[in-house]
Design a protein around this ligand. Structure first.
Ligand code: NAD
Length: 513
């Protein structure tokens, strides 16, 4: 699918703002999701430029690692403070990138919080010395052993456009806390925040030696994967496969955080008022452009009609941010996504689905879509199988819990899910049977609000260790065993074999017997 970008007339050229000059780089046009016009451009760093940045970071990384977990934490805390001080500028650029204000501010606040959290946790998790304590072996009496955690020198991060700041830093921060250098390539769709973030980074020179942002598109991403010792990729399944193949060719670890088609199961005992609140927010926040948006809603047939009626009422009360008084739903950030949403809706309607509210796109420079509740859906529809990434709420009844679990698990994805019942305890038995990395009990989307529990993605939603919880930081270290012998090293003579010919003769003797 090709994105149709408005052509920039020569007279308007001066209105196109430019990111920091990179003299020889290709320049990519950047569309404003609110006006629909191209008003910015960003350099796409080529292979040579990426290699130069990678080399610079590599040279500084040993000094960074040598600071120890506590020393690095101090530097990271300084970065958090600068981000907080420069929050307005970063959030303002991010708002233009994404067409929404409040979530942009929250992203920047959250980034600083994430840095503070890792600065606190890393020394506890990694220890503050160069290695762990020696412990006696239970197998060899004179032997003791300790562990050393050795960071991957240079880790690479590739991020998408839906939460540009959060997802550019979510993995890079624990990597830095672990002692790696971090090379980050944000999405070319939403790159305006990079310059103000770089300005913040420049105030912390020690960190600027080991953290860099390279702008660009697929070509820059491919070059990055060729330079790093480990890659964390957040984005779509098709690109994730390409990154995984490239990483496999280089034998470097690839941690993939990919798409989803998250289900919510609403049991008969659920409070309809609470459940509709949770599902509406879980589906519609950020105009549904969230990897763990609720994109399939299964409701016990006994409460299905009441649930749909209330959901429609609430969906109709939601306002679009292009209204004069503002609203909860912003524009579709990436223009080609409009076509995906259109295709899913058209296919569903053609196959018998009914649109209960919403469904009409509002073109006001950018493109908006009101929350769209759809019923009479089934798993033959793209709307129930492929990631839609829009504010769409398809609702389907189920007869019993086995059917609900079957439907929830009938997917290629497995990012997260939600089960709503009269209480979290009542939701738990079903949650245990749903195949996904994080299940919210009696709410939706709790994993992005807590960050604490470890989770891995199921199915095509991802690959590799947990990005959440303490395990996250251990993705960036290799474990070295230090094994000490205090007794006599075993002499080779202990391994003396009888003559080799006796092996065959024993065999012959056994055959004869
Ligand atoms: P995308 O796959 O198109 O692009 C993601 C990034 O990869 C961009 O920076 C892009 O420039 C880069 N890229 C493109 N081709 C590349 C290549 N061959 N090699 C290396 N890098 C390459 O994804 P998108 O449209 O930006 O993001 C939306 C997708 O991201 C959705 O599927 C969404 O579910 C997913 N996502 C997942 C999570 C998660 O945590 N699981 C979070 C947010 C978004």
């Amino acid at each position: 699918m090709s994105e149709s970008l408005p052509v920039i007339a020569p007279a308007e050229r001066s209105a196109v703002r430019s990111a920091r000059a990179e003299p020889s780089a290709r320049r990519l046009p950047v569309r404003n999701p609110v006006t629909g016009r191209v008003d910015y451009e960003v350099p796409a760093l080529d292979r040579a430029a990426v290699a130069t940045e990678a080399e610079r970071l590599r040279r500084a990384q040993p000094r960074w690692a040598a600071l120890g977990a506590s020393g690095r934490a101090e530097v990271l805390l300084a970065f958090a403070a600068v981000i907080e001080r420069r929050q307005e500028a970063i959030a303002a650029a991010l708002s233009v990138d994404t067409g929404r204000t409040l979530l942009s501010r929250r992203e920047v606040e959250g980034a600083a919080r994430n840095i503070r959290r890792w600065a606190r946790l890393a020394p506890q998790l990694l220890g503050t010395g160069p290695h762990g304590e020696f412990r006696p072996s239970a197998i060899l009496p004179d032997v003791s052993y300790a562990g050393q955690l050795v960071p991957y020198p240079l880790a690479g991060f590739i991020s998408p456009w839906n939460f540009p700041v959060t997802l550019s830093l979510i993995d890079a921060v624990p990597a830095l806390a672990a002692g790696s250098a971090a090379l980050v390539k944000p999405s070319e769709i939403t790159p305006r925040f990079v310059d103000p973030l770089r300005a913040a980074l420049a105030e912390v020179p020690q960190l600027a030696e080991v953290l860099a942002f390279v702008t660009g598109d697929a070509e820059t991403g491919i070059a990055l994967v060729d330079e790093v010792d480990l890659v964390c990729f957040t984005g779509s399944v098709p690109t994730g496969r390409l990154v995984a193949r490239q990483a496999a060719g280089r034998l470097i670890p690839a941690f993939l955080e990919l798409g989803g088609k998250d289900p919510a199961i609403v049991l008969a005992g659920a409070d309809v008022e609470r459940a509709t609140d949770a599902v509406l927010r879980g589906s519609v926040l950020n105009a549904g452009q969230v990897c763990l948006s609720i994109e399939r809603i299964y409701v016990d047939q006994r409460i299905h009609d009441a649930f749909v009626e209330r959901l429609v009422e609430k969906a109709q009360a939601v306002r679009l941010s292009c209204a004069p008084e503002g609203g909860e739903v912003g524009p579709i950030i990436h223009a080609p996504q409009v076509d995906v949403i259109r295709r899913h809706l058209a296919d569903a309607v053609e196959r018998g689905a009914r649109i209960r509210c919403g469904g009409a796109f509002v073109e006001n420079g950018g493109t908006w879509l009101a929350p769209t509740v759809v019923t009479h859906v089934n798993h033959g529809m793209a709307l129930m199988r492929e990631e839609t990434f829009g504010p769409i709420l398809p609702v389907m009844p189920f007869a019993d819990e086995d059917e609900a679990v079957f439907l929830a698990n009938d997917t290629d994805f497995g990012l997260s899910a939600a089960v709503l019942a009269e209480s979290p305890e009542a939701a738990l038995p079903l949650a245990l049977r749903v195949n996904a990395g994080g299940i919210s009990l009696n709410d939706c989307g709790l994993t992005i609000q807590t960050y604490e529990p470890e989770k891995t993605s199921f199915g095509c939603s991802g690959l590799g260790g947990s990005r959440m919880g303490p395990a996250s930081i251990f993705r960036f270290v290799r474990r070295k065993a230090l094994i000490a012998q205090r007794g006599r090293p075993q002499p080779l003579a202990d391994y003396r074999d009888p003559p080799a010919e006796t092996i065959g003769s024993r065999g012959r003797a056994a055959d004869a017997a």
